[in-house]
Design a protein around this ligand. Structure first.
Ligand SMILES: NC(=O)C1=CN([C@@H]2O[C@H](COP(=O)(O)OP(=O)(O)OC[C@H]3O[C@@H](n4cnc5c(N)ncnc54)[C@H](O)[C@@H]3O)[C@@H](O)[C@H]2O)C=CC1
Ligand SMILES: O=C(O)[C@@H]1CCC=N1
Length: 269
């Protein structure tokens, strides 16, 4: 899909908003000059101004100058943002993509004019380096908005179209999930320090090993347990370590954490 004559506005350019902007630029689907970033304190976006993005605190101006709007504010800030931009929204022109956790499409539609296309997307911060897993949903699959949204997010990682009822679960697994795996890498590197590596060496070794594990699954398409079986030599040291981790509740802690995050995500708005 060609977006060369389209413009985007990231409304609320904080952590995920800036990550999305970086990813879109890295994918070359939108040049910085095609992207507007809004934030109340624009001084915090000076590096983006220098790179050629349009930076403003004026959401209405951003909406008027753009075709694809990506709402990236915190859940409690969403209603205020939507009420502010409502008069500038044009059903003939705008596609509104919300990455806001917990806010349903029906919630969003209460605050905007009839007919404006609304899609929800749930990316993660790895979108900045085009390695996001982004889950997408809309009310209807037949008006082209999903295709457009998918075409955008396909350039910055993998995408999956899901039902809206699954969106809080997706939030836990893919958006929060980045933090879960980062914490796992940190834990591994702490273990590495205890067995003799410097902090830097240990983190580099844990990071590359985690990347290798993820890439193995991505390339070979095998179940993790199949790949684990290839590492666990009978009576060897891997199974000893793995079983010790399970005695400590490793899998259980990850599963319970994901359930807790999904429940919280549902209540965020
Ligand atoms: N951080 C993450 O990894 C992910 C976050 N999300 C969702 O994205 C949303 C944003 O999360 P974060 O980026 O972490 O929060 P954040 O607090 O870093 O970013 C929100 C930004 O919006 C700005 N803002 C608030 N009201 C505004 C307004 N009326 N006009 C312009 N700017 C305004 C704030 O100043 C802030 O910079 C949340 O709803 C969150 O649930 C979704 C996926 C991943
Ligand atoms: O922690 C949060 O609430 C947001 C949503 C997913 C990632 N960050």
């Amino acid at each position: 899909m060609d977006f060369s004559d389209k413009k985007t506005a990231i409304l609320g350019a904080g952590n995920i908003g800036c990550s999305i902007a970086n990813g879109l630029t890295a994918s070359d689907i939108f040049k910085p000059s095609q992207q507007t970033l809004t934030r109340r304190r624009t001084d915090k976006l000076s590096e983006y101004t220098e790179k050629g993005y349009n930076v403003t605190s004026d959401n209405i101006e951003a909406v008027k100058n753009s075709d694809i709007l990506i709402a990236c504010v915190e859940p409690h800030q969403l209603d205020g943002l939507l009420k502010e931009i409502s008069s500038a929204l044009n059903p003939e022109k705008h596609l509104l993509i919300s990455v806001v956790s917990g806010a349903k499409i029906s919630d969003i539609k209460k605050n905007i004019p009839d007919g404006v296309a609304v899609v929800r997307a749930m990316p993660n911060t790895a979108i900045a380096i085009r390695e996001s897993m982004t889950c997408i949903c809309s009310e209807t699959l037949d008006n082209g908005t999903i295709e457009t949204t998918k075409a955008i997010f396909d350039t910055v990682g993998e995408t999956l179209v899901i039902q809206e009822e699954q969106m809080s679960s997706a939030t836990a697994l893919v958006a929060c999930g980045i933090a879960f795996f980062l914490r796992a890498i940190r834990a591994a590197s702490q273990g590495g320090i205890e067995i003799g590596f410097s902090s830097q060496e240990s983190l580099a070794m844990a990071t590359q090993t985690a990347k290798g594990a993820a890439s193995l699954l991505g390339s070979m398409k095998n179940h993790p347990e199949y790949e684990i079986d290839r590492v666990t030599t009978p009576k060897g040291c891997t199974i000893s370590g793995l079983n010790q981790m399970e005695h400590g509740g490793f899998s259980s802690a990850m599963i319970k954490g994901i359930l807790t995050s999904a429940e919280k995500a549902e209540k965020l708005y």
